[in-house]
Write a protein that binds this ligand. Structure first.
Ligand SMILES: Cc1cc2nc3c(=O)[nH]c(=O)nc-3n(C[C@H](O)[C@H](O)[C@H](O)COP(=O)(O)OP(=O)(O)OC[C@H]3O[C@@H](n4cnc5c(N)ncnc54)[C@H](O)[C@@H]3O)c2cc1C
Length: 387
């Protein structure tokens, strides 16, 4: 292999380039990235960055060893002639391709001024400015991890916050019912108004946002809205390429795009059969996954499908909401049963194990890092739950 093209210059793309060089790949590496910035870390954008801390540095980003098409978007992939077409008319030939184009926020049908999403540095700067300008009546649409973190940060800055979630409890699928109930109560105890089980249908206000309209006819007054309704993978540029795209780039266990030997995918855009979970196709939208998978995919690209290693790290994620550290491992949503393992919900310190066929498939821990590590190991080993 002499020419490798990496599309997407964020966490997964950066880790892929670094791994190629670490492995001794001396050929040409070209990185195509739609954003104009050096790769940066997104996790601070919903937390410290909104409070005025500028640090979103992604270690290693300063020493990218490759040709870098910055602020350029890949618009088409030709897998027959092995070329990526770029929006400025450039065509980049490749022998090997890494797809790391991540995901973007799902948007509401209407998107008037005052309604924000939170994915990029620009998004975070706009929100930081709005929060610093004056007291805001904030409505967060969606009680997932981005919505929850934003709500928590906005409350800590003294703003009035309402979270509207169409599910009956926040983060129900990811956390299971008991922990989601705890999270709802935790939001309320910290001054967040939580409106559950109802959808947002539109907005009030003509020149200026005045409120959020709900499916039950109610209107919640709002100056600032953050839509945190999940993400969609950035795959449109792959239309017509022949790759299998279905809620992400569908891959083999080794992260090779299904049916190919010279294309891999990594990070938020990749969907692959996970060996630990009965080869269920999973797409993981977390930092550690993009970080580890970017490198793993690049090494598998160099190794070729026959010598590649299946990617089977336990998905793992942490979030901070109103001072509580919530950690999730595995896929709790696959569980048939959930059991409290340590602590109590009342003390805001506990861990829960999730099982399917009697074996651990997921774990959630709140303010219990040691118990989390133990349970995560159990998920990796597919152990039964020991109480
Ligand atoms: C506000 C926020 C907070 C978060 N907090 C946490 C957290 O606390 N913990 C955690 O585990 N995870 C967190 N995450 C998730 C984590 O940041 C992502 O999982 C991670 O960024 C995924 O990296 P990626 O490289 O796969 O994709 P991305 O970071 O989405 O990067 C993809 C890049 O590809 C570019 N691109 C897209 N299409 C094209 C194209 N056609 N051509 C060229 N370039 C293209 C995009 O512009 C982007 O720069 C957070 C995310 C956000 C937004």
């Amino acid at each position: 292999m002499e020419k490798i093209v990496v599309v997407g210059a964020s966490l997964a793309g950066l880790r892929a380039v670094q791994a190629l060089r670490r492995e001794g790949f001396a050929g040409e590496v070209t990185l195509i990235g739609a954003e104009p910035h050096d790769p940066y870390n997104r996790p601070p954008l919903s937390k410290s960055f909104l409070r005025g801390d500028d640090d979103a540095v992604l270690p290693g980003a300063e020493e990218l060893d490759g040709r870098w098409l910055r602020g350029r978007t890949a618009v088409r992939l030709d897998t027959v002639d092995k070329m990526v077409a770029v929006d400025d008319g450039t065509v980049m030939p490749y022998d090997g391709l890494v797809i790391a184009t991540g995901a973007r926020p799902r948007r509401l049908a209407e998107h008037p001024a005052g309604v924000h999403t939170l994915r990029t540095l620009e998004d975070a700067l706009a929100l930081r400015t709005a929060l610093a300008e004056r007291q805001q009546r904030v409505v967060v649409v969606g009680g997932g991890f981005i919505g929850g973190e934003f709500a928590s940060t906005a409350r800590s800055l003294g703003h009035a916050v309402t979270v509207v979630d169409s599910a009956p409890l926040p983060m129900l699928a990811a956390l299971g019912a008991d922990t989601a109930r705890w999270l709802g109560a935790h939001h309320r105890r910290n001054g967040v108004e939580l409106v559950s089980g109802v959808r947002v249908t539109g907005f009030h206000g003509t020149s200026q946002l005045a409120g959020v309209r709900l499916a039950d006819g109610k209107v919640i007054p709002a100056d600032l809205v953050v839509a945190g309704m999940g993400v969609v993978p950035n795959t449109e540029w792959l239309d017509g390429s022949g790759l299998t795209v279905d809620n992400g780039v569908v891959c083999e266990p080794t992260l090779h795009a299904r049916g190919t030997h010279d294309i891999v995918a990594a990070g938020d855009v990749a969907r692959w059969p996970h060996r630990l979970f009965g080869n269920t196709l999973v797409r993981v939208e977390h930092w550690a996954n993009a970080n580890d998978q970017g490198a793993a995919a690049a090494l598998n690209l160099l190794a070729g499908p026959e010598h590649a290693t299946p990617f089977a790290d336990v998905p793992s994620f942490a979030t901070n909401v109103h001072g509580a550290r919530i950690q999730i491992a595995g896929l709790p949503q696959l569980a048939e049963e959930a059991k409290l393992v340590t602590g109590t919900f009342e003390d805001d310190q506990f861990s829960v194990g999730f099982t399917a066929d009697g074996l651990l498939v997921g774990a959630v821990a709140v303010n219990s890092p040691r118990d989390f590590v133990r349970l995560k190991r159990g998920v990796a080993a597919g152990n039964p739950l020991e109480l």
